[in-house]
Design a protein around this ligand. Structure first.
Ligand code: UD1
Length: 457
């Protein structure tokens, strides 16, 4: 699937037809983590030897990242969920805007390219429709490692300072624990001269996965998963085989869907520790959770309202805020959901209200009055996780829903409808002649303005 096409516009005419009010039953196989796989692809640029990645999810975001690597001369060979990456014959050039614009994670290549080749040019990345998504932490950190960086006509141009042949280790303190900046700087520091210490680093499991793969490649990285990460630069990194960790966000989405439909399901494989904050909230809202090895089972019946506040790992993940809000629409009582990571990640509120939800938002805090029922609608998901939230709402709803915006959903969920269908949900992907406008389903002018083109988280 990787690198077959750039044009996914046909996805805009597809929708999921979902018949609501069914319970889910059975087991769901969880795919490899999108956010891990994306950064591991970027890390493959650090060596001229082969990297064999297993458990790579077949997603449009991964396909885009594959296309970006291909544009640099990387050879990719994939079979099912295994990807063999050969970065031997790379030619360093400015990454093409049309590829980078669709995928924010493409910017994470900057650290790897700069440290291996001494230069990198990347157009400013797109962001999802969820906030400004600045890159100052990446830039400041790379400058501390000795890079000269200018931004010219929306292209970030980085090179080593004159007469230096390498980046050099430094002490860097991030102002906010950015996942992407932590990853960029770990990759850049892995081939730098001397020791780098990153303080206030992000601790997300995907960062730990990156460090594990880099250490297999010969890097010397200590304390990943802690707030202070130490990287001793090495001369060269070599090839390795690595298996991408399970996608905690996909697993969380299915668990929330089960809770919302009073169902009992098991998700596997998962690393239960990665989902601790989410499992706590699911238990607090009335579900029974059973962890056994690499699987988690949930039994749900009546859901009561609970408050959540998103936070960097190990806190409640912002990527599950929208799905959890869909659950809270039918919970008994009033709940409060506070988004602290992104300033514009409440796109789903209007849409959930159109399905019968009772939610108001002020200052990035949603106040939800639980209702007894939702009703099926034709709606367009506006970003990746809000599309998942709409599908959960459709599962709860009376009657049929048609959910568009699958160009977002397919970025981050592998075979979503197939997995739901195996759990017993009457769900079908259909193609219609007309394309539903995403603004058609919105009522507020101010929100309309905020919705830009399809970009990636
Ligand atoms: C990653 C994930 C995304 C997830 C997010 C937060 C990938 C591909 N995407 O995105 O799914 O929602 O982490 O868990 O891994 N910030 C700055 N300056 C910077 C960088 C970030 O101020 O230079 C701010 C952002 O505006 C945001 C916060 O830091 O408010 C978190 O962003 P960050 O952790 O960088 O998110 P991403 O790495 O882009």
């Amino acid at each position: 699937m990787v690198c077959e096409s750039n044009n996914k516009s046909y996805l805009k005419s597809q929708h999921l037809k979902i018949i609501g009010q069914n319970t889910l039953r059975g087991k769901v196989k969880i795919s490899g983590a999108k956010n891990s796989a994306l950064v591991l692809l970027a890390a493959s640029l650090l060596t001229d030897e082969k990297i064999i990645l297993d458990n790579v999810p077949l997603l449009t975001d991964i396909e885009k990242m594959g296309n970006i690597l291909k544009s640099l001369g990387v050879k990719l060979h994939n079979k099912d969920n295994q990807l063999i990456i050969d970065s031997k014959n790379i030619f360093v050039q400015e990454l093409p805007y049309e590829l980078v614009n669709g995928l924010r994670a493409s910017f994470f290549c900057i650290g790897a390219l700069l440290t291996r080749f001494g230069e990198a040019s990347i157009p400013l990345p797109g962001g999802c429709n969820i906030g400004k998504r600045p890159i100052n932490e990446h830039i400041n950190g790379l400058r501390a490692l000795g890079a000269e960086i200018i931004i010219e006509r929306d292209v970030v141009k980085a090179k080593l300072v004159e007469k230096k042949s390498k980046l050099f280790g430094a002490n860097i303190r991030l102002n906010c624990p950015s996942v992407g900046a932590t990853e960029t700087l770990i990759m850049a520091a892995s081939l730098a001269e001397g020791r780098t210490v990153i303080e206030n680093a992000a601790r997300e499991p995907e960062i730990q996965d990156l460090c594990q793969m880099l250490n297999k490649m010969g890097a010397e990285i200590y304390d990943s998963g802690k707030e202070k990460i130490i990287i001793d630069g090495v001369q060269k990194l070599h090839g390795c085989s690595h298996k991408v960790i399970p996608d905690r966000i996909e697993a969380g989405t299915f668990l929330i869907a089960a809770a919302a439909t009073s169902s009992s399901i098991t998700v596997s494989p998962v690393i239960p520790n990665h989902l601790e904050a989410v499992l706590n909230k699911l238990e607090e809202s009335g579900s029974k959770i059973i962890k056994k090895g690499n699987s988690i089972s949930i039994k749900s019946n009546k859901i009561k309202a609970v408050d959540i506040k998103t936070a960097p790992f190990p806190g409640f993940p912002t990527d599950l805020q929208a799905p959890f809000m869909a659950l809270m629409t039918i919970a008994k009582g009033r709940s409060k959901i506070t988004e602290t990571i992104f300033e514009n990640r409440m796109n789903h509120v209007e849409l959930l209200n159109q399905m019968g939800g009772s939610i108001t938002v002020k200052n990035n805090i949603a106040h939800i009055n639980g209702v007894k029922k939702l009703r099926g609608k034709t709606l367009v998901g506006l970003d990746l996780r809000s599309s998942a939230a709409l599908i959960i709402a459709a599962l709860i709803s009376k009657s049929v829903s048609h959910i568009y915006g699958l160009e977002h959903l397919d970025r981050g969920y592998e075979n979503f409808e197939l997995k739901l269908s195996k759990l017993g949900v009457p769900i079908q992907r259909e193609t219609s002649n007309k394309i539903i406008s995403k603004t058609k389903c919105k009522s507020s002018e101010s929100i309309k303005k905020e919705i830009s083109e399809i970009k990636a988280a």
